[in-house]
Design a protein around this ligand. Structure first.
Ligand code: PEP
Ligand code: MG
Length: 528
């Protein structure tokens, strides 16, 4: 059987370990209401202690630890035990459902996002009442493929990624926490596999082709043989490619093509550089904001950019300004509800509407710019005025830094992402204003093809190699070259060796790829 979802990269084989809802097969003998309340109190202590221990690793756990003590949580559970005579686990389940509904119906985006936190905390409470906390993964055999409906941030603290060959989930998208973490750890994952919980059982043999988003369940002999030989070839060619990963990628006709890395945090920067990247072509700065409980201040951001710059040394570090909106919104930032958030207050539009947040980020980057080859990139540009407004704000930031005697690089390069059809069609005008372009094929594809990048139903329409997308890329590279500015590609397409030749033929000067793809893409370029 072949199931499909949204994959990251890599291939794996292994036996499935399916994490099912524990309630289905757990017997629990209910005590008196007092005993049930005591069980809840013990579970709360245990959950709080565990979360407090984890809080050093992420602000999410610190916030969850605080939420355990929210009186509304305890009062609702108590109500179900005392008024409805439910057992502790059932009362926690009922509370979870009820509070999630309350939160999801709220107008405020921040509060709506709390529904997932309630769900996560209630699962932990319930498991602790049933004494089923961490041990749900204890019998996970090394090399297993973990299959779950959904993995929550707290799950990742129990999971030993080194014991996993792969991950399959029914929910989630490529920007969900688990997907990002798994990708960083080199564990291939396929998410959004709607029917995986019905179609896969523990012990089933799985072939995971994350690059294509394919999950084969108990494949026939022929499919298995073919996949395993592809996997062997994949591993062998990876080993050969890795041996030359630190060398430049030069085509047979002598054109050097920088292959840089994409990063969302410092660990990704390290991973990309260790994999041989010629710099960082896309530092998705919004991920510095995602797992926090409040806006990181200028110093916190400065430290992160400084560390990344120092790691890069004399290699370029391209920091993309905060790209929130669409499907990316830190829970503490209030966004107006929009019918079409992907066509709404996203990227540079959000920043220009929130000048305080924008200035803080610009100043932090400018301060770090004395310590490396930092470049600034604007996300989701659709109009030249956005560049003008950003440059004007940057002038204010420079002025303020000068007044306080704070150093910065006055010549820091400014570039833009090309992700909208408007940016493609206005490329000639935009190219007059900036030093570089980088094409974000993930978004460009969805906007050119009118196909939501996270919607499995229109997967076949979301086609990066469609002639319309390739034509758009060619148009942009031509305009960039006429005006003498460099152009790179930093969407997922850049990591796909099947597209390398086409992207370079269409005029890309450089590529920015996932750490795991650096060596392969370089090897491919050398064969061109
Ligand atoms: C893109 O759109 O291709 C891109 C690189 O940006 P993101 O995937 O972060 O939207
Ligand atoms: Mg994008």
């Amino acid at each position: 059987m072949l199931l499909r979802g949204i994959g990251t990269s890599g291939m794996a084989t292994g036996y499935a370990y399916v994490v099912r809802n524990i309630s289905a097969d757990t017997t629990y003998s209910k005590g008196t209401p007092e005993e049930e309340l005591q069980a809840v109190a013990r579970a709360m202590d245990k959950t709080r202690n565990h979360l407090q221990t984890l809080s050093a690793t992420s602000d999410i756990f610190a916030a969850h630890a605080e939420m355990v003590d929210d009186p509304m949580l305890l009062q609702t559970i108590e109500g179900y035990i005392q008024d409805d005579a439910l057992s502790a686990p059932d009362a926690i389940d009922a509370t979870s459902e009820a509070l999630q509904v309350v939160f999801r119906e709220m107008d405020d985006e921040y509060l709506r996002a709390r529904a997932d936190d309630v769900k996560d905390i209630c699962i932990q409470l319930r498991n602790n009442v049933l004494s089923l906390s961490q041990h749900q993964y204890e019998d996970l055999m090394p090399g297993s493929i973990l299959v779950a409906d959904e993995l929550l941030p707290s799950d990742t603290s129990y999971l030993d990624f080194s014991a996993l060959s792969g991950i399959v989930t029914a929910k989630g998208n490529r920007t969900s926490h688990v997907c990002i973490i798994a990708n960083n750890k080199g564990v291939p994952s396929v998410v959004g596999v709607n029917d995986c919980m019905h179609s896969i059982n523990t012990g089933d043999y799985i072939l995971l082709d994350a690059g294509r988003g394919y999950v084969y369940v108990n494949p026939d002999e022929e499919t298995r043989r073919q996949f395993e030989s592809e996997l062997t070839a994949h591993n062998e060619s990876s080993a050969v490619a890795e041996a030359h990963a630190y060398e430049k990628a030069v085509t047979m006709s002598g054109k050097a093509v920088p292959v840089m890395g994409n990063a969302g945090d410092i660990d990704d920067v390290k991973a990309a550089l260790a994999a041989g990247a010629d710099g960082i072509g896309l530092f998705r700065s919004e991920f510095l904001f995602m797992d926090k409980t409040s806006l990181p201040d200028e110093d916190t951001q400065y430290q992160a950019y400084l560390e990344a710059a120092k790691l890069c040394g004399d290699k370029p570090l391209t920091i993309r300004l905060l790209d929130i909106g669409g499907d990316k919104c830190p829970s503490y930032i209030h966004l107006e509800k929009e019918d079409n958030p992907f066509l709404g207050m996203r990227g540079i539009r959000f920043l220009l509407a929130h000048k305080d947040i924008f200035k803080t980020q610009l100043k932090a980057i400018l301060r770090a710019s004395v310590s490396g080859d930092i470049r600034i990139m604007l996300p989701f540009v659709s109009d030249a005025g956005e560049i003008d407004d950003t440059l004007a704000l940057m002038a204010v930031c420079r002025q303020e830094l000068t007044e306080t005697g704070t150093g910065f690089n006055p010549d820091v390069k400014i570039g833009i992402m090309i992700e909208t059809p408007a940016a493609v069609l206005a490329a000639a005008i935009l190219a007059e204003k900036v030093a570089f372009f980088s094409i974000g094929t993930n978004d460009l594809t969805q906007y050119v093809m009118a196909a939501d990048r996270n919607d499995g139903l229109v997967r076949n329409y979301y086609n990066v190699s469609h002639p319309a997308v390739m034509r758009a890329i060619k148009l942009v590279t031509e305009e960039a070259h006429v005006r003498g500015i460099t152009i790179s590609i930093c969407g997922e397409a850049a990591s796909d060796v099947m597209l390398t030749q086409q992207l370079l033929q269409n005029g890309a000067d450089a590529l920015s790829v996932n750490a795991t793809a650096v060596a392969r893409v370089k090897a491919h370029i050398r064969e061109m």
